[in-house]
Ligand binder design. Structure first.
Ligand SMILES: C[S@@+](CC[C@H](N)C(=O)[O-])C[C@H]1O[C@@H](n2cnc3c(N)ncnc32)[C@H](O)[C@@H]1O
Length: 252
């Protein structure tokens, strides 16, 4: 699935989870000073920034040109390229670690993406991937939205089917790709909202599957979804938790 939204719209919708999720994923992969690290599907560069603060050499890649430009601006020391996970433009064993946050669900061929991440990681280096828990609604922002939609239209599938969105799916892909010592679990991120409008308006920007679904609906339907969301979301300022499934493995 393509992302053509401007980086600032992504920031308002999903980027607000990047500060906490990036730290959790980088900690889990033990990214530290002196490492050569790759961020696959970097978007506007939330994780790239966390890696740049920790590692010696950071590279990043994304197919969306406006995200590549934003990631370059925000991370001037990083080697940021335009391209896809399934065909990484780096040599075998180029990195000590390859990470990817919230991307596997969008890859055309997620298993090929994992194999490529393993290929560019040196033997014994770490591959780490995470994706929101969209299968059981542990990513509350998306869970609330799809709950609202499905109250009105129970036949709508939402994004629960996405690769990586169910517990254990990323680990299975890692094992299939030949990664060793595969472990998996959950990471927790969160974001603060000043109130309902701060929650709702980013959905109207058509970023990602939820926003694009909303945009595809007639105005009356959009208003009904908004009203359902209004009922589900707390009054006043609130914080939403977001669970992501992750897997970690070492390159053979
Ligand atoms: C939800 S965003 C995640 C961005 C960023 N990693 C983050 O955590 O905020 C998904 C990103 O995956 C990128 N993407 C989609 N298909 C891809 C592919 N085949 N290979 C690499 N990145 C891809 C999109 O352009 C988008 O930037």
């Amino acid at each position: 699935m393509g992302f053509d939204a401007p980086a600032v719209d992504y920031d308002r919708f999903m980027g607000r989870y990047a500060p906490t999720l990036s730290v959790a994923l980088a900690d889990c992969a033990d990214v530290h000073e002196g490492m050569r690290v790759l961020d696959v599907g970097c978007g506007p560069g939330g994780l790239t920034g966390e890696l740049s603060a920790r590692a010696a050499e950071v590279a990043a890649i994304d197919p969306a040109p406006q995200f590549v430009a934003a990631c370059r601006d925000r991370n001037p020391g990083a080697d940021v390229r335009e391209g896809v996970a399934e065909k990484l433009p780096w040599a075998d064993d180029a990195f000590d670690a390859a990470l990817s946050s919230l991307v596997i669900g969008f890859m055309r061929d997620p298993d090929a993406g994992v194999r490529e991440m393993a290929r560019v990681t040196r033997p014994g280096g770490v591959v780490a991937v995470c994706m929101w828990d969209v299968a059981t609604g542990g990513m509350r922002m998306l869970g609330l939205f799809w709950d609202a939609v499905q109250r009105l239209r129970p036949d709508v599938e939402g994004e629960a089917w996405m690769p990586g969105g169910a517990e254990g799916d990323i680990a299975e892909r890692f094992t299939r790709a030949g990664l060793r010592d595969v472990t998996s679990g959950a990471l927790t991120a969160h974001a603060d909202y000043t109130g309902f409008d701060d929650f709702w308006e980013p959905f109207t920007l058509a970023v990602g599957p939820a926003g694009q679904y909303l945009r595809s609906q007639p105005e009356r339907e959009q208003a009904a979804i908004r009203e359902e969301c209004r009922r589900l979301v707390p009054d006043g300022a609130f914080t939403l938790e977001a669970r992501a499934w992750y897997a970690l493995g070492t390159s053979p």
